[in-house]
Ligand binder design. Structure first.
Ligand SMILES: Cc1cc2nc3c(=O)[nH]c(=O)nc-3n(C[C@H](O)[C@H](O)[C@H](O)COP(=O)(O)OP(=O)(O)OC[C@H]3O[C@@H](n4cnc5c(N)ncnc54)[C@H](O)[C@@H]3O)c2cc1C
Length: 476
């Protein structure tokens, strides 16, 4: 079996297939495993590829996390704490009544409340299903908060109008500020709250507040899986450039460290981007499939990591902004105190950008200069406190769920799996806006499907969306 990509999904698929007795080889274009869950070092500071808390509702995944990370320095418990910066004030998120009363002026509070009640009543009476992200956010929060915060925030992060984004994406991932929940939770026991699921069968992630963070940074998890895979006998090739996948002769052509190699395979599990995979296939995919793959859109991210001489910058893990160059600031010491030298701190600023746009192509020095100026304006950091920086550009950070995406992805993935016989997994491999736990689950399920394909000639029923989580406990 060949697995393309050594991120969490690829690593977990490889382990599962090896445990089932298959010979497994993993091909990775970078020089190290981990994909988006890897970490980077600079001047004695450790930064993730964007801050990575680990939260899962699945017991087997939490147990697996503990086992895998135990050998990589262990973990700290993580109780998420976020704030939003709104009208020059910091509001805890989800909102606390005390914050609202102390920080919002009575006029805004009244207008927000009336708009919220009106929006909720309208949904109850009309029972309308939101057609897009704007509808969804207005239904949830009312027009005032949409106009003031959620509309601008969503547009800033994704660079398209919220009405062009699918409502399902918003339900899943935009950090919502659901006043109805706030009121309900003032009177209810949070421990007894039912988990809320999106239509795609996923737990609404911002309801997950407790989880883990590896003491040595997010990379401890993929490195733990990598070590486990090697112990089991999985082989790895790094710095691999893929040239072609011949589905008839079942041979994959590539260059490893610039040297050509041809690798025979029985089946391929792919966790690499769909628009990279499809053009590699021979015989070529039908034109419609090629167009679907090339039509996928991603939103990139620029991570501006700063090494600072001061001990602390913000209080919570994350603060969200609508009116700054960056969308979010996070501070790593709140995840693990072991990620910065004593008395110093590392922060990450996340800037939404799209590959080759004006921001993307600006120099690192220019981007850092602007960010530090804004931090100074916010009275958070002085330029003299910046010891060093590390700017990272990730072009495929976020799959862009524009309206109608579900049908397109379904057709593409179904063709790959049912016709071409290539099993797909993970955030890039299936164009899913998922977190680490779901990438792990997706890898495990892909391993099952690939084995099924070999044994029965079919991957079986594999909907792209839906609650596919395995129920049994798996020990790694
Ligand atoms: C900024 C940011 C913040 C995040 N924060 C969190 C968080 O707080 N909590 C959380 O749980 N998750 C978070 N995530 C999501 C998490 O990182 C991903 O869900 C997970 O790492 C995806 O794993 P994957 O294996 O599916 O994909 P990837 O990690 O993308 O793995 C794909 C692999 O394929 C390789 N590859 C690509 N092209 C080729 C090719 N042509 N040939 C060979 N190999 C190739 C890549 O190098 C990569 O190693 C965040 C992601 C981002 C971008």
């Amino acid at each position: 079996m060949i697995v393309l990509g050594a991120g969490l999904a690829g690593l977990r698929a490889a382990i599962h297939l090896r445990e089932k007795g298959y010979q497994v080889e993993v091909l990775e274009k970078l020089g190290e495993p981990g994909g988006m869950a890897r970490s980077h070092e600079k001047s004695g500071f450790i930064f993730d590829h964007g801050p990575h808390g680990f939260m899962s509702r699945d017991q087997w995944i939490n147990e697996e996390f503990e086992e895998v990370v135990a050998g990589q320095g262990g973990w700290y418990g993580l109780t998420k704490w976020s704030q939003i910066h709104y009208r020059q004030q910091y509001f805890n998120f989800p909102l606390k009544m005390r914050d609202i009363i102390l920080k919002m002026d009575p006029f805004t509070l009244a207008a927000t409340f009336v708009a919220f009640v009106w929006a909720r009543l309208r949904v109850m009476i009309t029972k309308r299903a939101p057609a897009n992200a704007e509808d969804y956010l207005v239904d949830q929060f009312g027009r005032v908060l949409y106009n003031e915060f959620f509309g601008p925030y969503t547009k800033k992060v994704w660079a398209i109008e919220p009405r062009e984004l699918d409502a399902d994406f918003t339900r899943d991932r935009v950090p919502t500020l659901n006043l109805w929940d706030i009121i309900r939770r003032m009177f209810s026991d949070p421990a007894k709250d039912q988990y809320r699921m999106t239509p795609s069968g996923r737990v609404i992630t911002h309801d997950l507040h407790a989880g883990y963070y590896p003491k040595r940074g997010a990379r401890a998890l993929p490195i733990g899986y990598f070590e486990k895979a090697k112990r089991l006998g999985v082989t790895f090739r790094f710095k691999v450039e893929l040239d072609g996948i011949d589905l008839e002769s079942r041979r994959l052509a590539a260059r490893e460290n610039a040297q050509p190699v041809t690798l025979p395979f029985d089946r391929v599990v792919s966790t690499i981007p769909l628009d990279v995979l499809v053009p590699l296939l021979a015989p070529p995919a039908p034109a419609e499939i090629g167009e679907l793959a090339q039509g996928l859109r991603y939103r990139g991210i620029i991570l501006v990591n700063l090494c600072l001489s001061r001990p602390q910058v913000i209080q919570p893990h994350w603060v969200y902004f609508t009116d700054r160059l960056f969308n979010r600031i996070s501070e790593y010491r709140h995840f693990s105190r072991d990620l910065a030298p004593p008395g110093k701190t590392g922060i990450c600023l996340e800037l939404g950008a799209t590959a080759n746009d004006e921001l993307w192509t600006a120099s690192d020095a220019e981007i850092v200069r602007h960010c530090v100026l804004e931090l100074e304006e916010l009275d958070l950091v002085k330029p003299s406190e910046v010891l060093d920086h590390l700017v990272i550009r990730e072009p495929n950070a976020y799959p862009l769920y524009d309206v109608g995406y579900q049908d397109r992805i379904n057709r593409l993935v179904t063709w790959l799996e049912q016709t071409a016989g290539i099993v797909t997994a993970g955030r890039q491999g299936r164009f899913l806006y998922i977190n680490q736990d779901a990438a792990i689950k997706s890898g495990f399920e892909a391993g099952e499907a690939a084995a099924r394909l070999v044994e029965t000639g079919s991957v079986g029923d594999r909907p792209v969306w839906g609650d596919q989580r395995p129920r049994r406990k798996i020990v790694v």
